[in-house]
Design a protein around this ligand. Structure first.
Ligand code: DAH
Length: 361
């Protein structure tokens, strides 16, 4: 390729004016453009610019020259170096291009062959369910917030108005994280996503319309309906004049979008430490529609989530005045919702990663 260059010299005129430099430039040009492959080119580079290369030495000698010739000699030798570097770069790209072309010519491409099958993955059902829930609430104007899975007792229990002697605080229910000394203290794996409520509220002011999806952990032995790790979506709204009617309207529309337009929804009184009043929400059974079947244990209803009006004590922990603001909160189990919606009989199926199971969704 470039090796058979026309007679026009590549050597800059200024270098030709110094016979010693001109001879060196001539030799460099021959070696560089005469090299037939990258190895040979690399040898030429080392001969010129290596630690003991001829150009390197020429440049290092400049300092020892008499002051009156130093500037001119320095400029010339630098020009030589720049010139040689340019040639090396040019020749390298020529050789690389040639190597690529040679490689392609040696190959035969049958363009009629069918493409290779690349298996397509898909989202895990839990991920998909979380996204479905998120989409519904984002459509209602909510934003998404996240919080840590390794949490402080304060956020997980105390600021959520959970009494000091509440059973859920015990070592048999909640997974505590041991410190360096092997003792457990106030650090734990959150047992619900509700602590995110506190974290968001203490760092911001209403109006707040927030949902928070994530993992939660409990000290449960796995069975058909329990898993020590599972997912929840927490939600809450705080503003002036938020009422229980807002809570009902919000969750009724959520349930109908999630489970079908003709679902009936009911609110059953319940108790949670962080809400007052509290309720559990049921939807009419997605299988029998309310007649009674095995899934709903003949009740006609399926429990979907817990909710209530945020307890004024919780507002106290985050510095909100309960006279100024009110709010509702709710929390739902993602696996439970996915299991009901897709009639999955055992929560463990969601975590065994058996492709024959996962592919169905
Ligand atoms: N944190 C509760 C649980 O894990 C669920 C829950 C109930 C969340 C009522 C709420 C709520 O925000 O208001 O069982």
């Amino acid at each position: 390729m470039g090796a058979e260059k026309d007679n026009m010299s590549r050597i800059p005129q200024e270098l030709l004016e110094n016979p010693e430099i001109a001879a060196l430039a001539d030799e460099a040009e021959k070696r560089i453009f005469g090299s037939g492959d990258l190895d040979e080119l690399e040898r030429a580079r080392i001969w010129l610019l290596g630690r003991k290369g001829v150009v390197t030495i020429l440049l290092s000698e400049v300092r020892g020259l008499p002051p009156e010739v130093r500037p001119q000699a320095g400029r010339l030798r630098n020009l030589l170096k720049k010139t040689v570097e340019g040639w090396l770069e040019l020749r390298r790209s020529e050789l690389e291009k040639a190597a690529l072309h040679a490689g392609l010519e040696g190959e035969f491409h049958d363009l009629t062959l069918p493409g290779r099958y690349i298996p397509r993955g898909r989202e895990h059902l839990v991920t998909r369910t979380i996204k479905e829930i998120e989409d519904i609430f984002v459509g209602l104007g909510y934003e998404i917030a996240e919080g840590p899975e390794v949490e402080l007792e304060y956020y997980n229990f105390t600021a959520l108005n959970t009494p000091e002697d509440h059973p859920s605080r015990s070592l048999t229910d909640t997974l505590y994280v041991a410190g360096p000394d092997g003792r457990v203290g106030d650090v734990l794996l959150r047992c619900h996503t509700s602590p995110v409520q506190v974290r968001v509220m203490e760092s911001r002011r209403p109006p707040l319309f927030v949902i928070s999806p994530g993992k939660a952990y409990r000290r449960d032995v796995p069975d058909a309906s329990h898993s020590p790790m599972f997912h929840q979506v927490e939600g809450f709204a705080v503003d002036e004049d938020i009422t229980f009617a807002d809570l009902k309207g919000t969750l009724e529309s959520f349930c109908r979008i999630m489970f079908g337009e003709d679902r009936r929804v009911r609110f059953r009184p319940h108790f949670f430490p962080f809400t007052e009043p509290s309720a559990e929400v049921d939807v009419s059974c997605i299988i029998c529609g309310g007649e009674g079947c095995r899934l709903c244990k003949s009740t006609g209803w399926l429990e979907i989530l817990g909710c209530g009006m945020i307890d004024p004590n919780v507002f106290g922990y985050v510095g909100y005045d309960p006279e100024e603001f009110s709010g509702f909160a709710f929390g739902m189990g993602v696996e439970r919702i996915a299991m009901l919606k897709y009639r999955i009989p055992d929560i463990r199926m969601l975590f065994e990663n058996d492709l024959r199971f996962m592919r169905q969704f």
